[in-house]
Design a protein around this ligand. Sequence first.
Ligand code: GDG
Length: 724
Amino acid sequence: MGKLIIVSNRLPITVGSVIKKSSGGLVSALSGVSTDTKMIWIGWPGTFSSNSDNSAKLKETLINDFDCYPIFLSKKEVSDHYHGFSNACLWPALHYFSLHIHYSSRFWDSYVNINRKFAEYIAENAEDDDLVWIHDYHLFLVPQMLREMKPNIKIGFFLHTPFPSFEVFRCLPHREEILKGLLGADLVGFHTYGYLRHFRRSCLRLLNIESDIAHVLVGKRFCKLGVFPIGIDSGLFLKELGTKKFIKRRNELKKAYANYKVVLSVERVDYTKGILRRLEAIEKFLYHHKHKLDVAFVFIGIPTRGEVKEYKELLGQIQKKVGEINGQYSNIEYTPIHFIHKTIPLSDLCALYSIADVAMITPLIDGMNLVAKEYLACKTDSTGVLLLSEFAGAAHELISAILVNPYDIDNVTKNLENALLMDDAEKDQRLIPMRSHVLRYDANHWAQTFLDELKQSRKRIKQQNNTNLKFISEKVLNLIKKAKKVAFFIDYDGTLREFEDTPDKATPTKEILKIISELARCRNHEVFIISGRKEADLQKWFKGVNVTLIAEHGYSILLPKSDKWQMTNPEIDLSWKKKVIKILSQYVSTPQGTSIEEKKSAVVWHYRQADPEFGKWKSQQLLGNLLEILTSENVVVSQGNHIVEVSSSQINKGFAVRHFMQKNNYDLIVCAGDDKTDESMFQINDPRIISIKIGLNQTFAKYKILSPALFKGFLAKVAKRGNI
Ligand code: GDG
């Protein structure tokens, strides 16, 4: 493996009179990983340089002394990309605050430009065997841009925020571009399975891309999805707990708060963190306990994103509310809320974690929330209680915390009381297993598992492509070449041609016609297009191509150079069609986007344009309904790709293939298709058959090829090697 390239919006350094490397978070998560691999970091250094000489000098120092490769940005670029599109548009959307979304095309243009700048700079510094790991929502477009510049490089992406439900994600302008950008990665990681599920659904709804739980098929390759809950830099915290500075501060704070129980909150002053609602719960608590005021509420509120309107307003509202509560409940010796609007040194933070009786962490939504985990790590004497919002990603892991709904103020107040009254035995029972979980699954573990998966995922994809293609190209290609007479029965939609949102748009491309013509040109080949399509469509599309057309799953046949369709089974009974159309008609008003197609030997209900989940659900109902009514008819009810089809049981693709096999003496018969209706060909028990499934689903076919694009590649190879 080559080097590891970490990409984040900000470099982990602070440039001042001296340059300081930041500690914590990602940096230490990666420290274990970087011992055996060279690691470089790409991002913005956080400064605006006044002239190019200074920039060049700074760049040299950052690269040589810190392995940090800086991307310099202007004030305007930072304003539009970082404060604008990233924090005023994406951040609220990702956190379900759709009313806070501020969009302008200027923000978006800048977002695209900066993402491109990042991608270009990565490409300049990356070799094919490097691993690139991109972080967070500021850089959603980089994976795809980089993939276009460096197709062979391994790209991972981790999202530190939630991924919202489709209903909220769809509010974002450019939502399709954002998804496509992300799908450029080989691996996309989320904190929880819920976020992953939301991402998949958005891909399905907005890009019409199907996926299984862990993969999205993007053209010829997979984008793998995974859940990697981030952990804390436990080493950093445990080390701090052993320092003299920490012990001194803890003793001082213990003394200062000797007469009080301490309830601690730590967060950036962000509307997602639920600070105002928490203050309401505290106000209620103080009201109920006004005769015995012995609880001190310490709020560490880190200044953040002051350039964005909602953040400025929020700070004002918090300050006002804290003022009101303190005005109401303070006395000469006691002030209930200590609101500290600045960052504090790590030793102070650890000392506060250590003495706090309760950590009150009640975000309205939070990707993970590291503060909850840090609090547990610093509780060496097991005397704390974690009061945690069920809407923080951390709640999925820290299940013995007191979990609360931050919107239910009365309940939060009640649980705060419970937390303060909890006996030591229960505190131990809850805290000890959570603490050991946090220490075990720390940031290092997180980074290691993500990177292992990234390396693996690429390997597996290679293996998968190889086992499919190599096997077919080595063995099967030779067999085909040697055979005296080979028949190719090739399905059309989803096999040769990718799906479109309406079937009439899926006409054959020039590439398809070229490949099929070349395949049919070979002396030992006989080519059949075998489809569920109507006669007229196939005839129009493949006019002049030397192939036999088989329409409606084997109902009729058109030989090359002929104009006259022949029925494969003239005795066919089609009296059931009327009854079926009547049933299907009940399913075309809801869901919307469904339609009925009448063919000669079949009737089809399409739901490709409907809500995919609603459509699927309705299709199950329809299937049940049809099976109940049509028991004694000569029909087969089948489910295909966004369709339910009722066709004659006296016809299927398998019968049609047999029909030709009986008449001809083929050495080999290649049957290829993507759909359930193709399985009747794959089930023919004959050693001469080479059956190929296009796609991921279960099949009777011997071989699988992942996509129409790859299958066309295979056919082109066969044609090239064929005897003309
Ligand atoms: C995003 C996601 C996700 C805070 N005050 C001080 C201080 N801190 C440190 C804490 C903690 C970090 O800041 C805050 O991390 P969180 O995870 O709580 O929240 P976000 O900043 O919103 O982070 C979040 C995270 O990314 C990681 O993926 O968990 O959901 O929103 O480490 O210790 N550190 C010091 N002084 C302070 O005053 N030294």
